[in-house]
Design a protein around this ligand. Structure first.
Ligand code: HEM
Length: 259
């Protein structure tokens, strides 16, 4: 009678068969692309190492090598990163607020009041959103000043400076459009003053004012317009410009530094 294999050996054999089957499947190989250590028959060759960088979105987004001074917190003060972090925080807290807010003249103020008084963590999240908005304006401005004082706007980074100026405008617009949404006296008068100023635009003043107000005077149509601008259009546009901004930092040879 042939000798029976020990149970532990049989188990390890079937485990390796199973691993083999899973690693050969189309689903597995569609997730783990060439160069991944999870692929069958992986070996640590220079070709596989470069595949890892080319095929992994995370390594692709963050450079594999960075200059020594670039990782010094005292060089950038992480102000660009902080601006981005605040944007993410604003997105997350903003989505929370959207669950409780309706952009109509009849409901907006009541919704904010209810959010603050009856919703769990409502006041906290609203204040996080408000403070993060103020801080983002500050951090973007300080980031711009840091870039200026390091002369990082000079070649080859001139184009990224221009993208940065657009990002600054978008940040200010996001902050201003959000100001109207609580629909309180402060918001109404701030927007009345703002849209009156825009009404003095040469040639098209009246039209600009009309488009921004959604009519001839401030009302529920204004609120809807500014709401859509605040929660959809401006965030969408700023994300596109941020992507170009980060991509340009990489393409311009990483963060600037001493020559
Ligand atoms: C939403 C706003 C912005 C975000 C999220 C952002 C983000 C970043 C990040 C993460 C970096 C990498 C280095 C660092 O952290 O300092 C960077 C670099 C840079 N940013 Fe911004 N930025 C913004 C606005 C601006 C503005 C307003 C300007 C200028 C008008 C600007 C111009 C630049 C330039 C020229 C660089 C390259 C700096 C270097 O090589 O030293 N950015 N930005």
């Amino acid at each position: 009678m042939p000798k029976k294999q020990p149970l532990s050996e049989r188990m390890s054999q079937s485990a390796s068969q199973l691993t083999d089957q899973v690693q050969s499947s189309q689903a597995w190989n569609s997730i783990f692309r060439p160069g991944s250590i999870f692929r069958k028959g992986y070996n640590d060759s220079p070709r596989n190492r470069s595949y890892v960088v080319m095929n992994s979105v995370l390594y692709h987004l963050h450079p594999v090598k960075v200059k020594r001074h670039a990782v010094k917190v005292s060089y950038t003060l992480c102000l660009g990163g902080l601006s981005f972090f605040l944007f993410i925080l604003l997105t997350v807290t903003g989505i929370f607020l959207m669950f409780f807010y309706r952009p109509t003249a009849a409901q907006a103020w009541d919704d904010i009041y209810t959010l603050q008084t009856s919703v769990t963590f409502g006041l906290l999240v609203r204040n996080m959103h408000r403070w993060a908005a103020h801080l983002m304006v500050l951090s973007v401005f300080l980031h711009m000043a840091r870039v200026f004082y390091h002369g990082a706007y000079k070649a080859p980074r001139e184009f990224n400076w221009v993208i940065g100026v657009i990002l600054l405008q978008l940040t200010l617009l996001l902050s201003f459009t959000g100001y109207l949404l609580p629909w309180d006296q402060l918001a109404l008068w701030a927007v009345t003053v703002g849209t009156n100023m825009m009404g003095y635009t040469p040639v098209f003043g009246e039209q600009v004012r009309f488009v921004l107000l959604g009519g001839v005077e401030i009302g529920t149509d204004t609120l809807l317009r500014w709401y859509v601008l605040h929660v959809l259009m401006l965030p969408f546009v700023i994300v596109i410009f941020m992507a170009i901004h980060f991509w340009r930092v990489r393409k311009d040879g990483g963060i600037s530094g001493p020559l």
